[in-house]
Design a protein around this ligand. Structure first.
Ligand code: ADP
Length: 360
């Protein structure tokens, strides 16, 4: 490394990742640094393509280098991302190419868990991540409907091929259960299916696999935690649900199972009337933020109660899709997706982030 390159590194040590609380040099984000004459070029490799401060970091890097190394007339920065795996160098035998498995849970049904899962998955994928959705909501698998995806997955070389839609890889109980049929399965059957959904599906390389769990604290949750190390869980809740401490049960369950909580999403938070433009807090508001403070878990954001979010889901075209007539309303989902990706990065950068796999 020549003298100017060292000076560039010194300048870049002033640029701090606000989520990780450390400078981008000590985090190892600066790559391919090259100074040629009076031109510098380097790459900043973030831990997620969904980084909310990507543009700000690029700008700050250029500003600091120009300020501290005035000899340089040109500073080019390439922004890239490499999502880190939960297990680090080790790989799970079940799905070795899946970097992070993130269950999406709720204390009770009907709070919009599947809707949030589908929209977050598309948002993360559109930001450049490779994303899968595993619909493990055995009692009400609604992901096929929300993502407009039906049919029966094929088996090739003894591996179930996930369905593909909107750039996502998708597996759902709904693909295997006749429509309208009730599932009456005992714990061991559910456990076996969860294992198959993880180990027998050709997921391929994925940055994030979002798992839509059934509501509550039952067999599927237990099986998932028992089967594979998880990055951390997201809990979806309505404001009223938090007030009633229903969501708290899900949080306590994951804590007992040694699965960290990446945060709470408050869904159906406030309704803005199309007619009068006034916001009505039908289920109350701000409950999740307060619960997050109390339980010391991150608050990932709030999604309003909006008729178009529901109709978009009913039509199999989630509101976050580009070109959707109501897509401007979907920025809230993008913001929650960025916050979630940031929490994953924070967790993986922590020294003690080695997840514990429990056995019963
Ligand atoms: P869960 O998975 O928690 O059972 P769903 O995602 O199936 O819940 O949502 C339940 C119903 O509420 C669906 O009809 C869905 O379209 C609707 N819904 C979810 N979130 C919202 C929202 N933010 N605004 C309006 N309707 C919503």
């Amino acid at each position: 490394m020549n003298g100017l390159e060292q000076e560039v590194l010194k300048a870049l040590a002033n640029v701090k990742d606000p989520d990780l609380g450390r400078d981008i040099v000590s985090l190892g984000f600066v790559k391919n640094l090259n100074v040629n004459g009076d031109a510098a070029r380097f790459t900043i490799e973030l831990t997620t393509p969904a980084c909310p401060v990507k543009d700000k970091l690029k700008e700050e890097a250029q500003t600091w280098v120009r300020r501290m190394v005035p000899a340089l007339k040109r500073v080019d920065v390439d922004m890239t991302a490499q999502v880190r795996p939960t297990l680090g160098e080790k790989k799970s035998q079940m799905c070795p190419e899946v970097k992070n498995i993130i269950p999406i849970a709720s204390g009770k049904g009907g709070v919009g868990k599947s809707t949030v899962t589908a929209n977050l998955a598309i948002a993360l994928s559109r930001m450049g991540a490779s994303v899968g959705v595993m619909d493990a909501d055995v009692y009400g698998p609604s992901i096929p409907m929300i993502l407009g995806c039906s049919g029966a997955p094929r088996v090739v070389d003894n591996k179930i091929q996930p369905m593909e839609q909107y750039g996502l890889k998708i597996i759902s109980f709904g693909f295997f259960i006749p429509a309208g049929d009730a599932v009456i399965w005992r714990g061991p059957m559910l456990h076996k299916t969860v294992q198959q959904f993880l180990g027998d599906v050709a997921w391929g390389p994925l940055d994030y696999l979002l798992v839509d769990l059934p509501p509550g604290t039952g067999d599927v949750q237990l099986s998932l935690c028992q089967t594979i190390p998880l990055t951390g869980a997201v809990v979806v809740s309505t404001p009223q649900d938090v007030a009633l401490n229903v969501a708290q049960k899900a949080i306590y369950m994951f804590r007992k199972l040694n699965c960290p909580i990446l945060g709470i999403v408050e869904n159906m938070s406030g309704f803005v009337c199309d007619g009068c433009g006034k916001r009505h807090d039908i289920f109350g508001s701000g409950g999740a933020r307060r619960a997050c403070d109390r339980l010391a878990v991150p608050f990932l954001g709030e999604i309003p109660l909006d008729t178009e979010i529901r109709t978009a889901s009913d039509q199999g075209q989630p509101v976050v899709l580009e070109g959707h007539p109501a897509s401007e309303k979907s920025n809230v989902f993008r913001s929650v997706a960025q916050n979630l990706a940031a929490q994953v990065s924070i967790r993986l950068m922590q020294a003690d982030a080695v997840p514990v796999k429990i056995s019963f």
